[in-house]
Design a protein around this ligand. Structure first.
Ligand SMILES: [Zn+2]
Length: 350
């Protein structure tokens, strides 16, 4: 049987009790004995890259032992601290969470007739969880199809915040000026959450403590699952407003995806999902399909949860080719995602 080499980037906090301390990242090499074990690891942890028979995954240090048991081999640390290298990536092209909040407030102040800022909870570290509602008669709960767009569930996927802010800007500034957008604002309740996980976004981390927010939703084999505050707040918001459709923005991979992630079986609404995903992909050439088939099996994701628990149309997007692109690449990824999002807002909640 072919031997697979797996590179694991370990997130090791200086002290397990102080989880908010800047993590030391280490890279270790581990051998897995077959592709089935590789798939099993991919189900549990973030896959950062796959190159031939080498898979790079990010894993909190508390899970190392578990991963080693699955891999069936001893792990070897080959690079002890790569935090330095990661933190050198430029950040000045991305807004801070404070700037995101300021922008949302500025839109509400400028357009109070159809823009409303709502705090739906607080994160583990105490950051406000904020959503922006955009619709005509924004202070009423009208009987219009509702749609939720979310980004930065994974705090290290910075490009998703740029994409979401650009979609928001297009909708807000287009209302009253562009007929198609005015009709959307008049006939939809559109909710935007540019940063689902402020704790992750402010630290540029996928994880909150030891929790992956997009593995933190209940799913059929863990229906009573308790979520961390940023996910529980979102679940409550969803229940409160009974959204008809939702799309969760991630990076990267250039993919539109729909349930299920937890199994390779397909939901009965597959054809409907496929029509929406295909329609979005027409704007940018992204590939599309069922999550467990186009990426890998994953348990406890937002996409599965909303369709499973609320029977709604739920999609996940992997935008661009990088979590933190630079320069013109940022503008390109943003531009290729706006019309596709407008298509989703119009078609998905029907
Ligand atoms: Zn993600």
């Amino acid at each position: 049987m072919r031997t697979l080499v797996i590179l694991m980037v370990l997130m090791v906090t200086i002290c397990a009790q102080t989880q908010q301390t800047t993590p030391i990242l280490s890279r270790i090499e581990i051998e897995a004995s077959n592709s089935e074990k590789m798939m099993q690891l991919a189900t549990l942890y973030e896959v950062r890259a796959v190159n031939g028979n080498v898979m790079e995954i990010i894993i909190p240090s508390v899970h190392i032992k578990e991963a080693e048991e699955i891999a069936g081999s001893t792990a070897k640390i080959i690079e002890k601290d790569i935090h330095e290298q990661i933190s050198k990536e430029r950040l000045d092209e991305y807004p801070t969470y404070q700037q995101v909040q300021d922008q949302m407030k500025a839109w509400e102040d400028a357009y109070p007739q159809f823009v409303k800022l709502e705090q739906y909870g607080s994160s583990t570290s105490g950051y406000p969880l904020l959503a922006l509602k955009v619709t005509d008669n924004v202070n009423e709960d009208e009987n219009e199809p509702s749609v939720l767009l979310t980004a930065a569930t994974h705090g290290d996927e910075l490009i998703t915040v740029k994409v979401m802010l650009a979609i928001m800007k297009r909708v807000i500034e287009g209302n009253g000026a562009i007929q198609e957008i005015t009709e959307l604002v008049n006939n939809r309740e559109i909710w935007f959450i540019p940063v689902v996980s402020p704790d992750g976004y402010t630290r540029r981390q996928r994880y909150v403590g030891w929790t992956d927010p997009n593995r933190d939703y209940p799913w059929p084999q863990d229906p009573q699952h308790k979520s961390i505050p940023c996910i529980q707040g979102l679940r409550d918001l969803f229940t409160q407003h009974n959204f008809d459709a939702s799309v969760d923005y991630h990076a990267s991979g250039r993919m539109y995806m729909y349930p299920w992630a937890y199994t390779k079986q397909s939901p009965s609404k597959t054809q409907d999902f496929d029509i929406i995903a295909k329609g979005m992909a027409k704007y940018n050439g992204y590939i599309y399909g069922q999550i467990s088939k186009v990426i890998y099996v994953a348990q406890g994701s937002s996409c599965d949860y909303y369709h499973w628990r609320h029977k709604t149309t739920s999609l996940a997007v992997e935008v661009g080719r990088s979590k933190v692109p630079h320069g013109a690449e940022i503008d390109r990824v943003v531009a290729e995602n706006i019309d596709a999002a407008l298509f989703f807002i119009e078609k998905a909640p029907k």
